[in-house]
Design a protein around this ligand. Structure first.
Ligand code: THU
Length: 140
């Protein structure tokens, strides 16, 4: 990926993180998802008093995009961290990895786990979800 594109996605994730609704964990997460045609969909974590309905930032971004007809993605940047602090690394949870598996090519999907624009780690979905189960398993 081009460095400019990575930085743009991290900045968008940082902005989205400010909208985090996380009164229970006080852990704020923002995500910025890049579609194949170059659009960016952002998301934040949205918590709930009953805890289990909580939606992660990554899934918020993915569901926003899918609900607007976008289903092919090439990258996602994620910035986490406790309220009051600057960003910290937050690798996607297992549920979010599985949701990515539904819509992304595991070999090419880039996952940018970032603290800020100069401190980030790059993974493919395949690296974070080896031997993932997907639609192909149900074919034939
Ligand atoms: N969370 C995310 O939004 N994404 C992640 O990758 C890890 C965890 C959220 C869920 C919950 O609101 C808070 O972080 C603490 O787990």
């Amino acid at each position: 990926m081009e460095k400019d594109q990575i930085i743009r996605l991290i900045e968008e994730a940082q902005r989205a993180r400010e909208f985090s609704y996380s009164p229970y964990s006080n852990y704020m997460v923002g995500a910025a998802l890049l579609t194949k045609d170059g659009e960016i969909y952002t998301g934040c974590n949205v918590e709930n008093a009953a805890y289990s309905p909580t939606n992660c930032a990554e899934r918020t971004a993915i569901f926003k995009a899918v609900s607007e007809g976008k289903k092919v993605f090439s990258a996602i940047a994620i910035v986490g961290g406790k309220r009051g602090g600057s960003g910290d690394y937050a690798a996607p949870c297992g549920v979010c990895r599985q949701v990515m598996m539904e819509f992304c090519n595991p070999e090419t999907m880039q996952i940018i786990v970032a603290k800020n624009v100069s401190e980030y780690k790059l993974f493919t979905l395949e690296q974070l979800l080896p031997e993932g189960f997907g639609a192909e398993n149900l074919e034939g």
